[in-house]
Design a protein around this ligand. Structure first.
Ligand code: ZN
Ligand code: ZN
Length: 109
């Protein structure tokens, strides 16, 4: 990545209403914090692009040290928080991915 604005920022909340990028020096100061609603962030787990919305930010604040997650990883963390065994989740995900590759014809049986 070249300059600070060449990537989609990966936001996390660092204090009060201040959201900063984990990969560069960009941040949104408090006086323009409402601009966060026009922004997108990369997921801290998988780099998928996520729109910054209240549910996404609230979940990050409450459960992930302020770090933004995509829908997939929010759902996954919810399961972990609910006490579901992560090994079972990963096994199910791997099986689903394999099935997807088979369906697309990437894997010949
Ligand atoms: Zn950045
Ligand atoms: Zn993700």
């Amino acid at each position: 990545m070249a300059g600070p604005s060449k990537h989609t920022h990966k936001y996390h909340k660092i204090e009060g209403n201040l959201w900063a990028c984990g990969d560069c020096t960009h941040y949104l100061p408090k006086n323009v914090a409402s601009m966060i609603y026009t922004r997108f962030s990369r997921c801290w787990e998988c780099d998928r692009i996520v729109k910054m919305t209240d549910p996404v930010m609230d979940f990050a604040e409450m459960h992930n040290n302020g770090r933004i997650l995509c829908d997939v990883h929010i759902e996954r963390l919810k399961k972990v928080l609910a006490g579901v065994d992560i090994d079972l989740i990963e096994a199910a995900e791997a099986a689903a991915k394999l099935q997807e590759q088979i369906d697309k014809g990437d894997i010949k049986l």
